[in-house]
Write a protein that binds this ligand. Structure first.
Ligand SMILES: [Zn+2]
Length: 265
């Protein structure tokens, strides 16, 4: 069994403030360790379920957050950004049995995580076929284009609703909830235990039941915080400027959505 684990930081236990997500800020060191420990928990769960090949993608900001010396010898680690539109799941292809997302978070527009965003903090909203699109929306669909199911997500409680709406069979470990600028969180140790047990259980289930179907007609609307971005990004091939600070791509190929997000976000 070949497993891909993509790890972000804004949905790990306890994280509350941007200072804690920013590389080299004194507050980041604690949360990069929590991110690393949640990754190890997912690896341990995957190995307990019989995973023989494990790829871990450091998928936050610089993509150089995980403390690699803490990771077990059984995993391969993908660090940095290649520039491929499948960024957070780079190198994933049809040879993988399952995708696991650790430390993922609510998308832009959500009030359920003080760090909610989709890809960056320059967008006011990102809609796919009229519905708010989180990074989960984008990358679970991207994985599904290879026939790879997302079987477990851990992160904030707000994202859980979206994951369950996409496919109720996908397991979810809700490690924290947001309220305003605050969080109500499991302890990191409890979150790690829940992730380990959740990953093992999800991988012992029927993985294909977790598969979602990517949309065949895609309308991606990106509304920016500032007008300069809307103007600049409107020159990307195929983009229509459809409203105040809003650009649109229409396509019947999901890869085009991901490629556009790479350049117009
Ligand atoms: Zn992140």
């Amino acid at each position: 069994m070949k497993i891909y684990i993509s790890v972000d930081i804004e949905g790990v236990a306890g994280i509350t403030h941007w200072d804690e997500a920013e590389k080299n800020h004194p507050d980041w060191h604690e949360f990069r360790e929590i991110m690393t420990r949640e990754t190890i928990a997912a690896i341990d769960g995957a190995r307990a379920a019989g995973a023989t090949e494990i790829y871990v993608k450091d998928a936050h900001d610089s993509a150089r957050n995980l403390i690699t010396t803490m990771l077990p010898k059984e995993c391969n680690i993908i660090r940095g950004w290649s520039g491929h539109p499948y960024s957070m799941i780079q190198e994933l292809d049809q040879s993988f049995d399952a995708l696991i997302m650790i430390g993922w978070h609510s998308g832009v527009g959500s009030e359920e995580n003080s760090l909610a965003h989709t890809m960056n903090t320059r967008t006011h909203s990102v809609l796919l076929n009229g519905k708010p699109a989180s990074e989960f929306t984008l990358f679970s669909n991207a994985a599904a284009t290879f026939g790879v199911p997302t079987v477990l997500v851990s992160g904030d409680k707000g994202l859980m609703k979206e994951v369950k709406a996409a496919n109720a069979n996908i397991s979810y470990v809700s490690v924290k909830a947001g309220r305003g600028a605050s969080t109500i969180s499991m302890s990191p140790a409890a979150a790690q235990e829940a992730i380990m047990n959740g990953v093992e259980k999800s991988l012992l289930g029927d993985l294909k039941q977790c598969l979602i179907t990517p949309p065949t007609k895609c309308i991606l609307d990106v509304t920016y915080v500032t007008p300069d971005l809307a103007y600049e990004k409107s020159f990307y091939p195929g983009v229509k400027h459809v409203g105040n600070r809003t650009n649109r791509i229409e396509t019947d190929n999901f890869f085009d959505v991901m490629r556009a997000m790479r350049f117009i976000k």
